[in-house]
Design a protein around this ligand. Sequence first.
Ligand code: ADP
Ligand code: TRP
Length: 323
Amino acid sequence: MKKRVLSGIQPSGNLHIGNYFGMIKRMIEYQESNDLFLFVANLHSLTTLNDQEKLKSLTLEAAMDMLALGIDPKKCYFWVQSDVPETAELTWILSCLTPMGLMERAHSYKDKVAKGLLPNLGLFNYPVLMTADILINQANVVPVGKDQKQHVEMARDIAIKFNNTFGETFVIPEPEIPKEIASIPGTDGQKMSKSYRNTIPIFAEDKVIKKAVMGIVTDSKGIEESKEPEGNTIYELYKLFASKTEADALAVQFKQGGLGYGDAKKMLLEKILKYFEPFKEKRKQLQNHPKKVETILAEGAKKVREVTHKTMQKVREATGLKY
Ligand code: ADP
Ligand code: TRP
């Protein structure tokens, strides 16, 4: 049976290879044979980004990145979150059914506060907005990285609570997180994330990508020493780009000694540049024609609102808001 697959990406910085392998690549595959819903989550970014020009440009750039990488708006629903204001309405309605206890257990919120971010109410309510994104489109599969798993579980809990309270209204979503790409490491070995400044960007200039790759943190083993490939950031990233034979060969070279980290980084850099080369021309064209991108997004919002309007009609009836 055809699945209804949905995911979003925050435009809070340049897209990186963690985003690509963690989510975008799968979405590009999904659009061929399933109903794909993909959007730029600019309302989510507003929880941490309060800069008009930056939010505007990052929103368009995230859309351009995804279009250049192969998202085809004719084959899927592709839009910007704030162009579908009923999502915010649903967020309020769902908030009124969401137990505080559920929200207080959110790891992502707790982590951000622990890291010193001064939280606002939007950041706390972020999982309910995400729930609204998913439920308003009646999605059953949500491909995300491991960091978002709990949020999708919260969406399930809230959907079940709503259906139990007001009658069958929402499809119950499932997260989808393949093990091998659950958490792609960044240049410091932690999860690659815009907020940790440890990313390898997809569409930066070659020299920027080179700087990031050459800056990958390793231990201080010398060239001749034997090195453990598993858990080694260079090897973990290389595996994403190389064939199994190539990856196995790198593992052997590391283990037997004779390959220094510097040379291994160069091998990785070459793979990364080659992999994204074919998308660069399209990315440039889009950059030069922002109006075209705006039109694509406006049409995308119109198309998805046919779906969201239907859901909201049901929700207003079920809750008694339609009098
Ligand atoms: P970031 O952490 O850089 O802010 P986002 O939270 O915007 O990234 O993530 C967008 C999508 O990319 C989500 O589905 C997320 O799970 C996935 N993703 C982000 N970083 C990684 C990573 N290092 N490994 C796997 N998936 C990731
Ligand atoms: N919160 C997600 C992230 O930062 C982005 C997002 C917003 C999302 N709404 C969503 C992902 C709905 C999946 C489904 O990665």
